[in-house]
Write a protein that binds this ligand. Structure first.
Ligand code: NAP
Ligand code: MG
Length: 404
């Protein structure tokens, strides 16, 4: 069989620990035998980030801007223990944070569904994708304990030093708490564009919800910006595709999501997204079956797994013990990126290959062959057979070859 040819390289961001091991196994078993894989390789593994003073992370994000599509392996975000373990000269920042800041992107998380592992919410038939605005609000707030009686005010002074607004927040008669938070129009606009863009890409409805009835300026601004951008830039395309943009109050959204059958994107403000993404991913089953894609407002894509480097399994692997780490989300990061590359470059064979590889993976699990993390969730008729990561990938390969 002839290998599929690529024209533009994918930006490949390698990572750490167990996922780095899976990364190579996926390439060897499922990609390199079938594709003349063209990538521009960036090693985001912690030792090389240290060696390059984290420049490699910045370079990989710049390359993503240039080529438009990246695939990323999970990476360690250093903490004090990692500084010790890897003898780091600095506690380097989270690569995901750095890349997100450079691409000004929004993260979309979606579960991979298989028959035999059902969501806790029985009426969920299709994936629910959560888009979290990962900027500002309570995550960039200023707050303190109020020690005792006194007046708290909200003051805005413009660039020239002129006081524009002064409002009493509360006349404290006793101690309490106080918090100031903000967001920026530019960031909300980028968030909105990324959401509309991704809804078009995936041909799914977009839901957005805030508490604008209570927060008449702050949350209402989010609502207004979304509506204006939708009307002026995206409405026509949505109509053509037969998809919808739907705004509602956050409490109403929560109730509708639970009653829905899924199959849409739910855009959330930062805090709502933080909380709801954990709720939704847990209800769908497993973090190991959750994909994640960073989409910039101008349509650049970085695909990855939602989970981390699975450190506990890696330490077992280093001791020579057999590991059964689930490679599905990392594999779907690859298929997502290859499909997008194929679409952008008009290479239908690449798109078809990505589809077939995903199908082969899902069918392998549905036939009862899976990694051990899924065995406990399995409700299928055939008994589940828990296998190690490499045997699982080989089983997928066998199925894939039957379809090529
Ligand atoms: P984690 O790597 O997601 O793993 C937490 C636990 O979840 C694992 O110990 C395992 O449970 C289970 N798990 C996650 N992915 C799995 C998979 N593919 N197959 C089977 N089980 C899976 O989170 P962590 O241990 O908190 O973090 C480890 C490192 O990852 C940290 O250094 C963190 O900085 C980094 N991290 C990176 C990213 C990223 O790059 N996007 C995201 C999150 C965390 P059992 O042990 O019970 O089997
Ligand atoms: Mg959270």
């Amino acid at each position: 069989m002839e290998k599929i040819q690529m024209t533009t390289p994918l930006v490949e961001m390698d990572g750490d620990e167990m996922t780095r091991v899976l990364w190579q196994q996926i390439k060897d078993e499922l990609l390199l035998p079938f594709i003349d894989l063209k990538t521009e390789y960036y090693d985001l593994g912690l030792p090389y980030r240290e060696e390059t003073k984290d420049q490699v992370t910045i370079d990989s994000a710049e390359a993503t801007k240039k080529y438009g599509v990246a695939v990323k392996c999970a990476t360690i975000t250093p903490n004090a223990q990692r500084v010790e373990e890897y003898k780091l000269s600095q506690m380097w920042k989270s690569p995901n944070g750095t890349i997100r800041a450079i691409l000004d992107g929004t993260v979309f998380r979606a579960p991979i569904m298989v028959q035999g592992i059902s969501p806790v919410v029985k009426n969920w038939k299709k994936p629910i994708t959560i888009a979290r605005h990962a900027y500002g609000d309570v995550y960039k707030s200023t707050e303190y304990r109020v020690p005792g009686p006194g007046k708290a005010e909200l003051v805005f002074t413009d660039e020239s030093g002129k006081e524009q607004f002064r409002q009493t927040i509360y006349d404290f008669e006793c101690g309490g708490v106080l918090q100031g938070q903000y967001n920026k129009d530019s960031s909300i606009i980028s968030f909105a564009r990324s959401c509309f863009q991704y809804a078009i890409d995936t041909k799914q409805d977009l839901w957005f919800a805030t508490k604008d009835t209570i927060s008449k300026k702050y949350d209402h601004t989010f609502k207004d910006i979304f509506q204006e951008i939708f009307d002026t830039e995206y409405k026509a395309r949505f109509d053509e595709l037969g998809i919808e943009y739907f705004y509602t109050l956050i409490d109403d959204a929560v109730a509708r999501v639970v009653r829905s059958e899924g199959g849409f994107i739910w855009a959330c403000k930062n805090y709502d997204g933080d909380v709801m993404s954990d709720m939704v991913s847990t209800a769908f089953g497993s973090l190991a079956m959750m994909t994640s894609v960073l989409v910039s407002p101008d349509g650049k894509y970085e695909y990855e797994a939602a989970h981390g480097t699975v450190t506990r399994h890696y330490y077992k692997y280093l001791k020579g013990e057999e590991t059964s780490t689930n490679p599905v989300a990392t594999l779907f990061a690859w298929t997502g990126a290859l499909r997008k590359r194929g679409e952008l470059d008009g290479i239908q064979a690449l798109v078809n290959f990505a589809d077939k590889l995903e199908q082969a993976t899902i069918h392998t699990i549905e036939s009862g062959v899976m990694t051990k993390d899924l065995v406990g969730l399995w409700e299928g008729e055939t008994p589940a057979k828990g296998v190690n990561s490499l045997d699982f990938l080989k089983a997928i390969r066998t199925r894939l070859e039957e379809t090529l």
